[in-house]
Design a binder for this molecule. Structure first.
Ligand SMILES: Cc1cc2nc3c(=O)[nH]c(=O)nc-3n(C[C@H](O)[C@H](O)[C@H](O)COP(=O)(O)O)c2cc1C
Length: 171
């Protein structure tokens, strides 16, 4: 029944310090302004879960449509079987407040420390406190430049994506 919640925005989750790994995630949600909290649901079988449990931190990176091939690879290959950095054309850069790296090619990187982990069925819902956020040209003071940048949306389960529109519609 969760398919009825789509389309959803799509993000990349970086976890791991020594050998960082990237996975794709739609199930990312804002939770609180103060403190700054977000949540991400990670399947219990994911290699990313093991890395988050080990390091108690992760980075949520915001890709644009140009990165769709990498987003698909990060979401269909497991780091448990393959070093995904060999397959991805993404560059890890040092984060400000966590040891997990950020992704240079993404338009924003939200550095999170795990403050809670809730078992929600076959996923673990990690609550992350955002310790630092860095932005690229696709944002100005946290506001997305939707006229010039196209953010990724997952149209439905499977290999079907769409993107954001530059049109602003006022209610
Ligand atoms: C567009 C897309 C969105 C996804 N969203 C999630 C998600 O929100 N949570 C999750 O656990 N897996 C999600 N997945 C599946 C994981 O990204 C996939 O199982 C990945 O291979 C896990 O990598 P890992 O084992 O290296 O952590 C998604 C996959 C795709 C393609």
């Amino acid at each position: 029944m969760l398919e009825y919640l789509y389309p959803l925005r799509t993000y990349l989750i970086v976890a791991g310090v020594e050998k960082p790994n990237v996975m794709t995630a739609d199930w990312v949600v804002p939770l609180s302004f103060n403190p700054k909290l977000l949540g991400v649901a990670i399947g219990n079988q994911r290699y990313t879960k093991k890395l988050i449990d080990e390091n108690k931190e992760f980075v949520v990176a915001v890709p644009t449509i140009e990165l769709l091939k990498d987003v698909w690879t990060a979401g269909t290959v497991s780091g448990a079987n393959k070093d995904k950095s060999e397959l991805l054309s993404l560059t890890f850069v040092k984060s400000e407040k966590v040891s997990t790296p950020s992704i240079k090619e993404c338009q924003a990187n939200l550095e999170c420390r795990v403050v809670d982990a809730v078992q929600t069925g076959d996923h673990t819902f990690y609550v992350g406190e955002i310790l630092h956020a860095s932005e690229g040209d696709g944002f100005a003071d946290g506001k997305p430049d939707i006229e010039n940048y196209r953010f990724i949306m997952h149209a439905s389960f499977g290999a079907r994506f769409t993107t954001t529109d530059s049109k602003i519609i006022k209610p």
